[in-house]
Design a protein around this ligand. Structure first.
Ligand code: GTP
Length: 597
């Protein structure tokens, strides 16, 4: 295709502002999917993916569109993953485009992810097309929010398009605007091939399907290609475009977007952000931007039943085929036995992985409290990287550094006070505040990542009756007065309960944890003291009193079946217990260690 007729764009939006619905409408209006085949969220349908034996999740779809000048243009709509944890992948998808539709719900207005995505799009020099969606809603306030949007991006409120992804109103005009406003790709046709990977998906039938945007030159079927970050070479077994199903072709040239298949089985061999070139007469300089994903949050994953350890290892191996950002290594815990220390991009990523392990692989897991990565500098100058609180070094510590994030919070202005208070209790430092309109503000804070990883978002939502939205990005690290608090059962530290907290919060943490554990751990045959300690200093203590009577004593001389039932019941209860030393600790106790309320 002549690059002058190509337009590459993405849709960026806050969650639920209607991205998928609008994409559906575009598929239908361009005739790529006919009314009979059409179903809601066409591009998201997993069962379709299975039927076709290939993942067609909405990474990139090619839409033919006849512009008002009568010429048929090729619109490539590129999907962006929607969450803070995957910012790097979002930025790679954006780098594959020249334009972005900034979609805002006309009944909600701008939210935190609207802004975060807008900033990313501007960093990538994209042409922004501001669009209000859901104008069919009775609650829509298009004039008000058009002004808000125009204010943010510095355009005229008149230039904000108004559409309904649901009814299709305004969508053909939006496609025309994409042709008019999004610049066509510029690349050098005769230069050595350079294509950027913006997504990579593992498919059990076909291996890894890699989505690329060709920047210079062209890639041809059957040629040998090279990954520029690693130098590894592959044969291009298949190359093509998606419209909306994969259509193999002979190649992809300047400015085009499509997929390639090389037969590799592991997404880590075809990584987002990497540059592909031809093996013969290849390019020498990669396109900018390749970064190894860096895990920010670590947690120990242990099978509830120790004999499931090999299954857990296999499951992690399989998940990693499809998730280049997941890292793990074996770990042993005195309390929990054999498991894995796993690193994640963020909390959502952790939750997704744990849920997949439990659902797809039928594993019952205990996960330890998530921890960020601490850098501990000792007085003798040696340094430790700590991802597990129980490995926090003793001895003479000079400095402890922790990661910090820059957070953006959007909320109605009546909640300013509440939000400031919350951020303060989480050691936040305010760096800015702006009014988006009379009644909505944007607050900017730096916060320690450790303070937001558990429940910050939940707390924010409940304190603002659901009206606040949050986005954050990691920005570096800061030195802080942090200490390790150990929890001891019968005088023995339980490694899975250790936590690193600010020294001003250590006492409170100790008191709360010991109280909580006293309630959660059932009474045993003997007394169990629970202590919290910083180093050798005990800062809190509770006692679990011993049980007086044997449960079976009740059944003494009674009928045997009742006795057996009782034993069965006890066994059921035990399954969810972990022996820590001589003490039985229920799974809830390990989970409760996570929640801070
Ligand atoms: P995520 O994929 O979860 O980020 O959401 P999304 O942004 O893709 O939003 P989605 O298309 O799933 O739409 C969210 C909700 O808004 C759904 O219930 C849609 O039916 C509804 N919706 C989307 N577009 C419109 C619209 O134009 N009008 C109305 N009335 N509802 C809409």
């Amino acid at each position: 295709t002549d690059p002058a007729l190509i337009r590459n764009f993405c849709i960026i939006a806050h969650i639920d502002h209607g991205k998928s619905t609008l994409a559906d409408r575009m598929l239908q209006i361009t005739g790529v999917v006919d009314a009979r085949q059409m179903r809601a969220q066409y591009l998201d349908r997993m069962d379709i993916e299975r039927e076709r034996g290939i993942t067609i999740k909405s990474q990139a779809v090619r839409l033919p569109w006849t512009a008002p000048d009568g010429q048929i243009h090729i619109l490539n709509m590129i999907d962006t993953p929607g969450h803070v944890d995957f910012t790097y992948e979002v930025s790679r998808s954006l780098a594959a485009c020249e334009g972005a539709i900034l979609l805002v719900d006309a009944a909600q207005g701008i939210e935190a992810q609207t802004l975060a995505n807008l900033y990313l799009a501007l960093e990538n020099d994209l042409q922004i097309i501001p669009v209000l969606n859901k104008i069919d809603l009775p609650a829509a306030q298009p004039e008000k929010y058009a002004a808000e949007l125009a204010h943010i991006i510095g355009c005229d409120p008149e230039d904000v398009l108004k559409v309904s992804g649901k009814t299709g109103v305004g969508v053909p005009e939006l496609l025309d605007e994409c042709v008019r406003l999004v610049p066509p790709p510029i690349g050098v046709k005769d230069a050595p091939a350079r294509a950027m990977i913006f997504d990579s998906v593992y498919d059990s039938y076909r291996g890894v399907v890699t989505y690329v945007r060709v920047v210079d030159g062209d890639l041809k079927k059957r040629e040998r290609i090279q990954m520029m970050s690693t130098g590894v070479t592959h044969e291009l077994l298949e190359i093509g475009v998606i419209s909306p199903e994969p259509k193999p072709s002979d190649g992809l040239s300047v400015g085009e977007v499509g997929y390639i298949i090389t037969g590799v089985k592991d997404v880590r061999q075809s990584r987002v952000g990497d540059t592909i070139t031809s093996l013969h007469n290849g390019a020498t300089e990669a396109l900018g931007g390749y970064k190894d994903p860096k895990p920010m949050v670590f947690s120990g994953l242990y099978p509830l039943d120790g004999s499931d350890y090999p299954e857990l290892r296999d499951a992690l191996d399989k998940l990693q085929l499809n998730d280049a950002a997941l890292v793990y290594e074996p770990e042993t815990s005195v309390a929990l036995g054999f498991g894995f220390r796993c690193g994640f991009l963020g909390l959502l990523h952790l939750e997704i992985v744990r849920e997949r392990l439990e659902r797809e692989f039928n594993l019952e897991l205990i996960s330890t409290a998530p921890s960020v990565v601490y850098r501990v500098v000792m007085e003798d100058g040696t340094e430790h990287t700590v991802t597990n609180p129980s490995e926090f070094p003793g001895g003479k510590i000079a400095e402890v550094h922790e990661p910090v994030v820059r957070a953006t919070i959007l909320a109605p202005s009546e909640y300013i006070g509440t939000i400031m208070e919350l951020c303060q209790t989480r050691r936040g430092v305010q760096i800015g505040m702006d009014y988006l309109s009379e009644d909505r503000v944007e607050l900017r804070y730096t916060l320690p990542l450790a303070e937001i990883v558990f429940d910050f978002f939940d707390a924010l939502k409940s304190k603002t009756r659901g009206y606040a939205s949050l986005d954050y990005e990691t920005t570096g690290e800061q030195q802080s007065a942090l200490v390790k608090v150990d929890i001891l059962l019968q005088g023995e530290a339980v490694d899975a309960f250790s936590a690193i907290v600010h020294k001003d919060k250590a006492y409170n943490y100790g008191v709360e944890m010991t109280k909580k554990l006293r309630e959660l751990i059932p009474r045993q045959q003997f007394e169990v003291p629970i202590q919290a300690a910083v180093g050798a200093r005990v800062i809190a203590r509770e006692n679990i009193r011993a049980i007086r009577k044997d449960v079976l004593a009740k059944c003494y001389g009674g009928d045997i079946s009742r006795k057996r039932k009782l034993l069965e019941k006890q066994k059921e209860g035990k399954k969810r217990m972990k022996m820590v030393g001589r003490v039985e600790v229920p799974q809830e106790a390990f989970i409760a260690a996570l929640s801070t309320d």
